[in-house]
Design a protein around this ligand. Structure first.
Ligand SMILES: Nc1ncnc2c1ncn2[C@@H]1O[C@H](COP(=O)(O)OP(=O)(O)OP(=O)(O)O)[C@@H](O)[C@H]1O
Ligand SMILES: [Mg+2]
Length: 193
């Protein structure tokens, strides 16, 4: 009996019978470049497999050939392509950080180990990576509570660390304005006799 999502690997030369792989094990295809591994095995199966699939598509050619059919017949196709922001799926991890200062601090503490890979605590490298994590925590906190250049996302975090001269000028000006405003609201100090 064949399961719900079998893979078809080709046709036996002698009998013309389909070679069906229905195992719950790993499968590897080895052949020289340009021999049809992608076309005959991966693309062909994705164009008939009515089951979810996670595909490593480095070139990327498989998404181009199969995403139309799969999105119409199987389900949504999501392409994660970090080098192509216009085409890639994305999400903003800072959306999960609340605006309340205390809740934001706690949420950032939870987010930080997901953004930085923890190192071996015995190594000297870990000391400096710990300091870098603290600096990143400060940057995330500042951006989540006050924004940077009107943004509250990871691109703002990158700019926070390496702002352009124009961004620095704007930041200094807005900080000076903010201080001026808060000083104006402050009550004059009483003199002690
Ligand atoms: N069995 C086949 N069915 C359809 N096309 C094939 C087949 N074998 C080779 N081709 C043709 O050869 C070209 C290269 O095939 P494919 O991209 O599948 O090779 P590959 O083995 O995946 O190569 P690479 O290792 O470079 O990724 C395809 O564009 C296709 O036109
Ligand atoms: Mg290939």
């Amino acid at each position: 009996m064949v399961g719900k999502a079998p893979l078809t690997l080709g046709v036996f030369k002698e009998t013309g019978q389909e070679y069906i792989f229905d195992g719950a094990e790993s499968l590897i295809t080895i052949a020289r470049p340009g021999r049809g591994k992608t076309q005959a095995h991966v693309v062909r199966n994705l164009l008939q497999l009515e089951a979810p699939a996670i595909v490593l598509d480095v070139k990327p050619e498989i998404a181009d050939l199969t995403s139309d059919w799969r999105s119409q017949n199987v389900g949504p196709v999501q392409v994660f392509m970090p080098g192509n922001a216009a085409r890639s799926e994305s999400f903003n991890p800072l959306d999960a950080v609340p605006n309340d200062p205390i809740a934001a601090y706690t949420a950032i503490g939870r987010l930080l180990p997901l953004l930085m890979v923890p190192t071996d605590s015995q190594s000297a490298k870990s000391f400096w990576e710990g300091r870098a994590a603290q600096l990143l925590q400060g940057a995330l906190y500042d951006i989540c509570l006050r924004g940077f250049d009107g943004r509250r996302d990871m691109s703002a975090v990158v700019d926070w660390f390496s702002a352009s001269p124009e961004q620095l000028k704007l930041r200094i000006e807005s900080e000076a304005f903010r201080r001026q405003k808060s000083n104006a609201h402050r009550q004059p100090a009483r003199r002690c006799r």
